[in-house]
Design a protein. Structure first.
Length: 313
């Protein structure tokens, strides 16, 4: 019998966990003759009763594992921890809020187990349940990163997926601390079958993804998967050198005219202020990359486990 581990990152999801377990049990029970399922809950430093509820599952239900962080490290760290602790033939990731429909799990398993695919992944067909601003920003982000990056990321791709063991091992072989999983999933390659999926409202609770967190996630994705921004200072330098020569020639011609009324001091002051701002922007851009080099050089673990009921690690 082949084994399947479903990783469930959790951060303050106490309101929805019981319903999630009910839905997962309903979907996986008919498959229990073919697969041995394990539900691996990763508590990302929750401050509500999430961990207590997960522990109650362990006492009542067979096949429940959990990993609890010492503090909130973020969903990226939670997914990584789940993949490190999962020890099965197939490894899946599904959100705790039930925006990812468990009903897709049987079809996903069919694709990776019998159809020759290495990954079965969900891609949303709409953005129901998201604000218009969030949807617009997400759409623009993927357009930008796909234009400047060497890898292509499906702009509707979700973290909801099931992977063969070799795919998980490939992902775990990437040691970076600042992780952007959608980029990593695309970078490692392998054969992927996409499953169209209608986005659903959260079953309970509130989203943990604020605009601020999404902006940080977007910056990590862009800076982590393309060096194109580093070329911006070079391009801008060339452009503004040419513009400076044109402006200087224009100012000189106006100044040489008999009725010269062109305020050269204003042009000079504007040029100095503009170039000063441009230099600061370029330094700040390079600083963002240097900050990531500094973070990676410290070799800090992406998460710290406070407690777990898994003995194989």
């Amino acid at each position: 019998m082949k084994s399947v581990t479903l990783i469930i990152p959790c951060y303050n999801e106490a309101e929805v966990l019981s319903l999630l377990l009910k839905e997962l049990s309903r979907v996986t029970l008919p498959l229990s003759s073919q697969y041995r399922f394990t539900f691996l809950f990763v508590d990302d430093g929750s401050t509500d009763a999430t961990l207590d509820i997960i522990k109650s599952f362990v006492e009542r239900v067979k096949g429940i594992q959990y990993v609890s962080f010492s503090r909130n490290f973020g969903k990226e760290a939670a997914m990584l921890a789940g993949m490190k602790y999962a020890d099965s033939d197939f490894v899946g990731i599904i959100d705790a809020d039930l925006q990812h429909s468990p009903d897709l799990i049987p079809e996903m398993l069919e694709a990776v187990d019998h159809e020759g695919y290495d990954v079965a992944a969900a891609c949303r067909t709409d953005r129901a349940g998201e604000s218009k601003l969030k949807s617009m920003l997400s759409s623009q982000f993927y357009k930008v990163i796909n234009r400047i990056s060497e890898i292509k990321i499906n702009d509707n791709a979700q973290d909801f997926r099931i992977m063969r063991r070799k795919v998980v091992e490939a992902i775990l072989s990437m040691p970076e601390t600042i992780r952007f999983s959608k980029g990593i999933f695309s970078w490692v390659g392998f054969r992927v079958k996409w499953f169209p999926h209608e986005n659903r409202e959260r079953a309970a609770g509130e989203t943990k993804w604020s605009i601020k967190k999404l902006a940080k996630y977007a910056i990590d994705g862009i800076l982590g998967y393309t060096s194109s921004p580093l070329r911006i200072p070079l391009y801008l330098g060339i452009i503004f050198c040419v513009l400076s020569c044109v402006l200087a020639l224009y100012g000189f011609i106006r100044f040489c005219m008999p009725s010269a009324d062109f305020p050269m001091y204003a042009l000079l002051l504007a040029a100095i202020l503009f170039m000063g701002g441009l230099i600061l922007c370029c330094i700040g851009l390079i600083g963002e990359y240097m900050a990531r080099v500094y973070t990676e050089s410290k070799h800090r673990p992406p998460f710290i486990v406070s407690e777990t009921n898994i003995d194989n690690k």
